[in-house]
Design a protein around this ligand. Sequence first.
Ligand code: PEP
Ligand code: MN
Length: 336
Amino acid sequence: MIVILKENPNKTQVDSLMAWLESKGIEIHTSVGEHQTVLGLVGDTSKLDMDLLLALDIVEDVKRIQEPYKNANRKFHPDDTVIDVGGVKIGGGNLTLIAGPCSVENEEQIIAVAQAVKASGAQILRGGAFKPRTSPYSFQGLHGEGIRLLKLAREVTGLPIVTELMDASHLPLFEDVDIIQVGARNMQNFELLKLLGHIDKPILLKRGLANTYEELLMSAEYIMAGGNQKVILCERGIRTFETYTRNTLDVSAVPVLKKLSHLPVIIDPSHSAGKWELVDPLSCAAVAAGADGLIIEVHNDPAHALCDGPQSLKPAVFDALAQKLRAIHEVVSAQK
Ligand code: PEP
Ligand code: MN
């Protein structure tokens, strides 16, 4: 249930309404917008008398929320959520470019790629240290050493870092990581999501290979229910009958998720396409559709990459793409 307050409500009356709701065991999430304050009520609201609430001087409207996701619901928080990562803003009309290799391979590689993508305007560095590979015989990542090298790249370039957490037991290694990624295969690892709800760090949550928008939002809800409101949603392609591409990029995810939720929505064109030549047009489509950012795989030597070389852009190709994306973003923003 949400309670929309009138403009400039009497503070004493608001406090007493909140105290009364809390005495009924209701948790309140207050969202202060430019014109409206919305109280999002979580808990058993079935016994609350809507007419009684509506009759209050300070109340403009009261609505029941039908959707099972509450914290992630745009009705709870009408304004876009903007997540600040070391001064980089994600959401709220900004275009955030995240770039870097699929996996951290060695010091020379990660530093070279970090410097290149930074020069092209990327604001955040990606790089996997724990890799969810289909085959147990494929490169699994450098683990702790990979995270050490990412931090080194951050020191050299100043770029915040994002990397994937696959198992709760590895969490201590991620203490100094700026954004924790939950990969597509772990989107419904509910125990992991619950754990991430209790930490104060942005979470980049990828949509599962065969999950609906509602299931993605429910996974975000798991994190948010624990108190961590900093969730970034990521569409990375879904499984369809098509085999030409690695996955099928669902561009509809951008407008739909942004309508249903206030959380930032970014696109991963690399894992969607599986082919580097498709990364440019898919990225352009994502920005044109209103995405808040992109996470793109870039490698200094894709032909010899230990993971996902065929979908990785060379730095010069990323540079040209980044310029194009900024131009599209400018046009799209001017139309709003
Ligand atoms: C990745 O970003 O490196 C990755 C493995 O992505 P996904 O979970 O989307 O497959
Ligand atoms: Mn990859």
